[in-house]
Ligand binder design. Structure first.
Ligand SMILES: Cc1ncc(COP(=O)(O)O)c(C=O)c1O
Length: 365
């Protein structure tokens, strides 16, 4: 039996009629950029997350970049980010001209280690960018406490955590700005690239609206240097259809995770803090003792796909080492050698989940 890491074709088959009519309606409307679908989606996402403003942009990367810009962060400023994340988290800080300050992660949740956070703060620090990795919220109470104490802004990277909750609050509604990605493999994915910026602050919302459209609020009049980063109508229509299912899909991912937690042997299962709601964009285990590649090859031979999120922590990427970064982040480096994501998506059947579990439990290292 073959079990892919994710099956977007199966997702499409389940909601094909609705998706096709939504896309057809946009094609027939002749309105493709910043139209009614986008406006409605922004309202619906703002309501779903519990924020006043949601602004659609071209990708999660653009959402992060525009968040950094809207906070007025520039050259000479520092932003703290966990070293273990997808590259865009740090990249967008650098693109905005600021200095990335890497910090290590907790080995159990893979999120920013708040024990080290305060020691990373300098007079130049302007913001902290926690990443809710794999769909589990970072330690937001402590992050907000340090941010308040040192007058820092907080940008939540929620690319993997739409619908996740920290003490009953949705990620993206806790910091100053939250950033979503609608990359196709995210829990709420579109049919291309897409992202969204979330905030309760009117000033930031207005600035992001300006910056996503060439710094212009009136045709051919430009008050800021911006970029072209608008969420198009087809993507907005696709996301609006899928938004109706996000709660159920997240619940199924959580159910799959519960099944794995109860049934897997020989690997370190994810740790979910009891006051958070993890949405398992990735169900990621640890395989110790340098056995990960062998484990992956064994699973592949049995038809089970796996992936590594991520094999190189950001501070070890050439893009940063060639800039002179030479820091040691032991937990991030260890995680990069051991993590392994297993198939977890809403369309998985019991038979598939069983196949993955039985195959893993038969693995003799
Ligand atoms: C943690 C994290 N941050 C940022 C991004 C960037 O999002 P996008 O691919 O939509 O640009 C991603 C997704 O790929 C991500 O996983």
């Amino acid at each position: 039996m073959n079990v892919p890491l994710i099956d977007l074709k199966a997702q499409y088959q389940n909601i094909k009629g609705e998706l096709n009519s939504a896309v057809e309606a946009v094609l027939g409307s002749g309105h493709f950029i910043l139209g009614p679908e986008e406006t409605k989606l922004e309202e619906e996402i703002a309501r779903f997350i519990g924020v006043k403003y949601a602004i659609g942009v071209n990708s999660g990367t653009d959402a992060l970049f525009l968040a950094v810009k809207a906070l007025g962060i520039n050259e000479g400023d520092e932003v703290i980010v966990p070293a273990f994340s997808f590259f865009a988290s740090a990249e967008t800080i650098s693109l905005a001209g600021a200095k990335v300050v890497f910090t290590d992660i907790r080995p159990d949740t893979y999120n920013i280690d708040i024990k080290q956070l305060e020691s990373m703060i300098t007079p130049k620090t302007k913001a902290i960018m926690p990443v809710h990795l794999y769909g589990q919220p970072a330690d937001m109470d402590q992050i907000m406490y340090f941010a308040g104490k040192h007058k820092l802004k907080v940008i939540e990277d929620c690319a993997q955590s739409i619908g996740a909750e920290y003490r009953d609050k949705k990620t993206g509604s806790i910091g100053d700005i939250g950033c979503l990605s609608f990359f196709p493999t995210k829990n709420l994915g579109c049919a291309g690239d897409g992202g969204m910026v979330l905030t309760n602050n009117e000033e930031y919302a207005n600035m992001i609206k300006l910056l996503r459209a060439h710094g212009s609020s009136k045709k051919y009049v430009h008050s800021e240097i911006g970029i072209n980063s608008r969420l198009d109508e087809i993507q907005a229509a696709v996301i609006r259809v899928k938004l109706k299912y996000i709660q159920a899909w997240n619940e199924k991912r959580r159910k799959n995770a519960k099944f794995y937690n109860a049934n897997l042997k020989g690997v370190i299962i994810p740790f979910e803090q009891d006051f958070v709601k993890h949405v398992y964009n990735q169900y990621t285990v640890r395989v110790e003792n340098g056995k990960r590649e062998e484990f992956q090859a064994y699973l592949k031979a049995q038809g089970v796909a796996t992936a590594v999120h991520y094999p190189i922590p950001m501070h070890k990427q050439e893009a940063y080492t060639k800039l002179g970064y030479n820091v040691s982040m032991p937990e991030s480096e260890k995680a990069a050698l051991e993590v392994c994501s297993l198939p977890n998506y809403p369309e998985m059947t019991e038979e598939m989940l069983n196949h993955v579990a039985v195959t893993i439990n038969n693995y003799k290292s």
